[in-house]
Design a protein around this ligand. Structure first.
Ligand SMILES: Nc1ncnc2c1ncn2[C@@H]1O[C@H](COP(=O)(O)OP(=O)(O)OP(=O)(O)O)[C@@H](O)[C@H]1O
Ligand SMILES: [Mg+2]
Length: 388
């Protein structure tokens, strides 16, 4: 599979060059110069390898993809953390920074962002340099509930499409408000008409999210199928979007709105009884099929691993086509899951692919790393350049 793991789909790639970290997780103060190709981060367990990849992801996404809340990323005992990097992009290089601060009065941690030193809304940083991530937790993607699969879709959408990023933000907000209101109506403290405005807002942002997800799944499906075939997954991989609320996955936004509004109206009594919104994109799923059967029940352990990797490579391909730029690829601990031949194939394929990859490994990798690989060694929250 090596040379075609990621066919060259665009001439441009973005990369994180000089990363500076202050008081983030177990890093006190650190500067790292990444290479624009393959970077391998080694070190024993619990030294800070995952935290280093998390720092890169947190900067590019303006929030941690793995922490439950921003407070978790502050180094213990610190009230402030800062991430900053020079990001090389085909369009124009940028210096991106995200700062997390604990408010001394409320204790809440808020974030602020800058590009080239000027304050920006956090979501304006999204997609400046797209990123695709693989964490060990992702191995649950096939078998676990739909939330992780929805998150996979939304992370791609939010980075490629400002409108989708805003819709996702709005939807989350209005969903929370509407659920609170449903409980107030149930308690008799608010008239039921108060729901109308929230329902309209929920339906319009919700329907747009569903249409965007449907389109994305149509685009990811052939990439994922091709990627799995290259990794040697055996049977054919299928992706099927299962929107909740009655939408036709091939229909347009107006049809999706009509369907969602009708379903919500139908379920109103049950919604009031349960105090929760019972239709919409927060209940969608992405069904994965292997050889035509649901992967959830049919995929072996090894197949699950290959399917997740294929999905990640599909994300890279989709972004390369739609944003005309290769994203940064972060692979945490993916090698420990692979046999020696697959390790070599994956590394060789990534090295050839013309994108910046950061990959962690707690094991030495003798004879696996191609020339030009930049190696780092992490110990107790310090990163050192390792001899190649
Ligand atoms: N907010 C925090 N402040 C300070 N230290 C933290 C914080 N969060 C986590 N840590 C510490 O960072 C250490 C390194 O974690 P990390 O997950 O990066 O290790 P790792 O090198 O990836 O290890 P492994 O090989 O086991 O995956 C952990 O042992 C944890 O105690
Ligand atoms: Mg780790």
């Amino acid at each position: 599979m090596s040379a075609q793991l990621l066919p060259v789909l665009t001439t441009g790639a973005c990369s994180v060059q000089r990363l500076r970290i202050f008081a983030f997780r177990n890093y006190v103060e650190q500067s790292v110069e990444f290479g624009s190709g393959l970077n391998v981060v080694g070190g024993s367990n619990a030294q800070g390898k995952t935290n280093l990849l998390e720092a890169v992801a947190t900067l590019l996404l303006t929030r941690s993809p793995r922490a439950a809340g921003s407070a978790d990323v502050l180094a213990w005992g610190s009230d402030e953390a800062l991430l900053e990097a020079r990001v090389l992009r085909p369009a124009a290089d940028r210096t991106m920074a995200v700062r997390f601060r604990r408010d001394p009065m409320s204790g809440r941690v808020t974030r602020s962002a800058t590009v080239d030193g000027s304050p920006r809304r956090a979501r304006d940083l999204l997609g400046l340099c797209p990123v695709v991530l693989f964490w060990p937790e992702d191995l649950q993607l096939v078998k676990a509930g739909p939330e992780g699969r929805r998150r996979l879709l939304d992370m791609v959408l939010a980075q490629l499409d400002q409108r989708a990023a805003l819709d996702l933000l709005r939807f989350r907000h209005v969903l929370e408000q509407r659920n609170a209101l449903l409980r107030q109506v149930r308690a008799g403290t608010t008239p039921s008409e108060a729901l109308d405005g929230f329902t309209r807002e929920l339906v319009s942002s919700g329907a747009r999210i569903q249409v965007a997800r449907a389109e994305l799944v149509r685009s990811l499906a052939p990439h994922a199928r091709a990627a799995l075939a290259q990794i040697g997954g055996g049977e054919e991989l299928g992706l099927r979007y299962l929107p909740d609320g009655g939408m036709d996955p091939d229909g347009d936004a107006v049809a999706a709105e009509t369907a969602l509004a009708a379903t919500l109206a139908q379920r109103r009594l049950e919604e009031l009884a349960r105090g929760a919104t019972l239709a919409g994109p927060h209940r969608d799923d992405l069904e994965l099929l292997i050889g035509g059967r649901p992967a959830r029940s049919a995929a072996s352990q090894g197949q699950q691993r290959s399917i997740v990797l294929a999905l990640k490579l599909a994300e890279v391909r989709h972004i390369a086509v739609h944003a005309s730029v290769m994203p940064v690829l972060l692979l945490d601990d993916v090698l420990s899951e692979l046999d020696p031949q697959r390790r070599r194939d994956l590394i060789a394929g990534l090295a050839d692919a013309g994108l910046q990859t950061l990959i962690t490994s707690s094991e030495p990798l003798p004879g696996v790393l191609p020339p030009g690989t930049r190696r780092f060694e992490v110990a107790s929250g310090r990163v050192a350049v390792a001899e190649s």
